[in-house]
Design a protein around this ligand. Structure first.
Ligand SMILES: Cc1cc2nc3c(=O)[nH]c(=O)nc-3n(C[C@H](O)[C@H](O)[C@H](O)COP(=O)(O)O)c2cc1C
Length: 216
C-alpha cells in the first residue's frame, strides 16, 4: 500500500513543513478544493457549518501577507523581550534550534508560497465564556488539522502559524474579512520536497497521561 494512504503513517509524520515547502511547483485550485472537501467532514457544533475559508493564490496579495507576517514576527519578538534564545520558554525542547531556524526560513520565504489558507470562525471570543470559546474553537480546529492531513495524502504540506494575528486587522483589511469573524491562523500550502517525514519529538505518554485523577 502507498505509505501516504496509511492512516497511522500520516497521523504520526505530518509535520510543520517550512524548509521543505516546494516554492517552485504550482498547486492547482481543484486539488486544494478536494482537500477542503475532506476537511469539511470534521465535526462542528450543531453541524452549523458556519466556518469560512479564504485561500489566497493571488501573488500580489501573498506578497502583502508576507510583509504583514514579517512585521508581526517583529511584534512577537519585541513582546518576548529578554525571553529569547536560551531564555525562550521552548529552548529546552529537543530540536529547539532547528525550530527557530525553520521559523526564520518561512518568514523569509512566505512571499514565494503557492497559496495560503485562512480558515475563519464565525464569531469573536473577547470576554467569551469557556463554554463558548471551546465550542467555537472546537468547531474549526478539527477541520484545519484534517486539511493538513488531506494535503499530506496528496504530497503537500503546511505549517500551523499564528504569528500574523499580532496584526489580525491588517490581514482582515486586505482580505475584506468582516469584524464578526476570527482568523484561526495562516497556513501556507505547497507540495513538499519529498514525501517522507519522520515522527517529531513529543512528551512520552507516561508524562502526559494520568488515570482517574490529575497528576502533576
Ligand atoms: C498554535 C500554533 C501556533 C504556531 N505558530 C507558528 C508561527 O507563528 N510560525 C511558525 O513558523 N510556526 C508556528 N507553529 C509551528 C510549531 O512551531 C510546530 O508545530 C512545532 O514546532 C512542532 O513541529 P513538528 O510538528 O514538525 O514537530 C505553530 C504551531 C501551533 C500548533
Amino acid at each position: 500500500m502507498d505509505k501516504l494512504q496509511s492512516a497511522e503513517y500520516i497521523l504520526t509524520t505530518t509535520r510543520a513543513v517550512r524548509k521543505r515547502l516546494d516554492l517552485n511547483k504550482p498547486v492547482a485550485r481543484d486539488v486544494i478544493e478536494q482537500c477542503l472537501e475532506i476537511a469539511l467532514q470534521a465535526p462542528n457544533g450543531s453541524n452549523m457549518n458556519t466556518w469560512k475559508w479564504i485561500i489566497v493564490d493571488d501573488r500580489d496579495k501573498i506578497r502583502k501577507i508576507a510583509k504583514i507576517y514579517d512585521q508581526a514576527m517583529n511584534d512577537y519578538i519585541t513582546i518576548l523581550g529578554d525571553a529569547t534564545g536560551d531564555n525562550y520558554m521552548g529552548s529546552h525542547i529537543p530540536g529547539a534550534e532547528n525550530i527557530s531556524e525553520s521559523v526564520d526560513y518561512l518568514r523569509k520565504h512566505l512571499a514565494e508560497v503557492p497559496a495560503i489558507a485562512f480558515p475563519l470562525l464565525a464569531g469573536r471570543l473577547e470576554g467569551a465564556s469557556v463554554f463558548y470559546q471551546a465550542s467555537l474553537w472546537g468547531s474549526i480546529l478539527q477541520s484545519v488539522w484534517s486539511f493538513f492531513l488531506a494535503l499530506r495524502t496528496k504530497g503537500m504540506g503546511s505549517a500551523w502559524t499564528t504569528a500574523h494575528l499580532f496584526r489580525e486587522q491588517e490581514i482582515a483589511d486586505l482580505l475584506d474579512i468582516p469584524a464578526n469573524y476570527t482568523q484561526v491562523g495562516l497556513f501556507p500550502i505547497a507540495y513538499t520536497l519529498g514525501t517522507e517525514f519522520k515522527k517529531g519529538w513529543r512528551s512520552p505518554v507516561e508524562d502526559v497521561l494520568s488515570w482517574n485523577t490529575f497528576k502533576q
